[in-house]
Design a protein around this ligand. Structure first.
Ligand code: ADP
Ligand code: MG
Length: 430
């Protein structure tokens, strides 16, 4: 292994019951580079990174991981060990403790101690200096539960950065970030690179790879299909490698013929916790149309769609019309009866019951179709849910496994499946 290689995977294979998540993975990561890792949902990206982070310790996979020229042998409860080795990870799923503050989360398990008790002044000042150094838009004493999802993600990143990592792994960090936050993250990565930190970067946004990475490794079905300098690639080539065939057009538009107005929102005002969150919103949606709602984090996008769905804020004035008829939707049950579906911003908070099976999560919003919640016809529930899961290519060993065990992308597909099964007239995706 040459001096400038910091990490090398040799024939790494990782099996889960019924799934080979990684198969014979071999590639190298150079010291100080930003190395992109891409692949479709379920390709094995997160699993590979969890091996580096010690979530799957030595012995739970086969093959070799070389780190600074030595075999990485993280033992059980290896997560702290990975941190000691200088490997820090920001997971795809948020891992913060909602009831704790930003400072407590960042230093969780390694709080500065002064004569046997936590040194709160130092905890806050050290947190403040990290937040200032990277110009992150949260305060040490903010309780995580009250933050927006983008701010939570920034806090996760601050936590990883506070560990003085040699290798920083970011697993889809930007899915919840605003453009401004993404720009800041890109600056942070450049700064870290200038300091010699190696970064492994996973995203589903092709432009980010081409903006920031030096080298790009593509995984498909757990196998490495390419590992080469980003400069030698184009977005079209990468997509082709990911899906295994040439893609002429990435998002074929199809022929859509929008029909009559189905939803009309007129001068809608709504308030929440004493604050006006919608200030006169008006728009019309036609049947068969895809309507985009743009705005920065905090501009009211989520508040708008949640309000339409009858959750969250209270409408104070204005009108919502469905098929020309004025409606007042109070709560998600009513929204569903009106033919609305909502894939929420935070699938953990509003979309999924993680310990429950794929089948149950898909059918949950639709129990009425299977005889109601008291007497569920389990055969038709299973058949319908399985069909939806297959249509959306949810990757899992069986539809009976807990949703919490799936990759983030596959969890998102389960949320989609649930709403598609309810056959909505209008599907809102936040
Ligand atoms: P990616 O991050 O590229 O979307 P993952 O590494 O999360 O993919 O998943 C790779 C494959 O391994 C998928 O088929 C996924 O369903 C499966 N998988 C991931 N984690 C587990 C687990 N804890 N138990 C069972 N299967 C898993
Ligand atoms: Mg993943």
């Amino acid at each position: 292994m040459s001096e400038d290689t910091i990490l090398e995977f040799r024939n790494v294979t990782k099996e889960f019951p019924g799934v080979t998540a990684l198969s014979d993975v071999s590639f190298k990561v150079k010291r100080g580079e930003i190395h992109g890792l891409c692949g479709e949902n379920g390709a094995g990206k997160s699993t590979l990174m969890k091996i580096l982070a010690g979530v799957y310790p030595y012995g739970t996979y086969s093959g070799t991981v070389l780190y600074n020229g030595k075999e990485l042998k993280l033992q059980n409860s290896a997560i702290q060990a990975a941190v000691r080795e200088g490997i820090a990870i920001v997971y795809q799923e948020l891992t913060l403790v909602p009831a704790m503050t930003v400072a407590e989360n960042i230093f969780l398990g390694r709080e500065p101690v002064e004569r046997g008790s936590i040194d709160w002044d130092r905890l806050h000042s050290e947190t403040r200096s990290i937040l200032e150094k990277y110009r992150l838009d949260v305060r040490p004493q903010d309780v995580v539960r009250n933050l927006g999802i983008g701010q939570m993600q920034m806090t996760e990143i601050a936590k990883a950065l506070s560990e003085d990592a040699q290798v920083l792994i970011l697993d889809e960090p930007t899915s919840a970030l605003s453009e401004v936050e993404i720009d800041r993250l890109m600056e942070i990565l450049q700064t870290l690179k200038a300091r010699g930190v190696t970064c492994i970067y996973i995203t589903h946004k092709m432009n980010e790879f081409f903006r920031i990475t030096d080298q790009l490794t593509v995984l498909r079905d757990g196998k490495v299909v390419s590992s080469q300098p980003t400069a030698e690639l184009t977005p079209e080539k990468v997509v082709g490698l990911m899906v295994g065939r040439e893609m002429k057009e990435r998002f074929p538009r199809g022929a859509r013929q929008p029909g009559d107005v189905i939803l009309e929102v007129q001068d809608l005002h709504a308030e929440w916790a004493g604050r006006e969150v919608l200030k006169g919103v008006s728009f019309a949606l036609r049947k068969g149309e895809i309507l985009g709602i743009a705005g920065l984090m905090g501009s009211g996008r989520t508040e708008l769609v949640m309000t339409l769905f009858g959750e969250f804020a209270n409408v104070t004035s204005g009108a919502v019309r469905l098929d020309g008829k004025p409606v007042q939707i109070k709560g998600s049950q009513a929204a569903m009866r009106h033919g609305l579906g909502l894939v929420p911003e935070d699938r953990k908070r509003f979309g999924l019951v993680l310990p429950q099976s794929i089948v149950r999560n898909i059918s949950l919003a639709n129990l009425g179709q299977f005889g109601g919640s008291l007497a569920v016809d389990e055969d038709s529930e299973l058949a319908a849910s399985t069909r939806m899961a297959q249509d959306l290519a949810v990757k899992a060993p069986s539809v009976q496994v807990a949703v919490g065990s799936l990759s983030g992308g596959n969890q998102q597909k389960v949320v989609m499946a649930k709403w598609l099964l309810s056959n909505p007239q209008i599907l809102i995706m936040d």
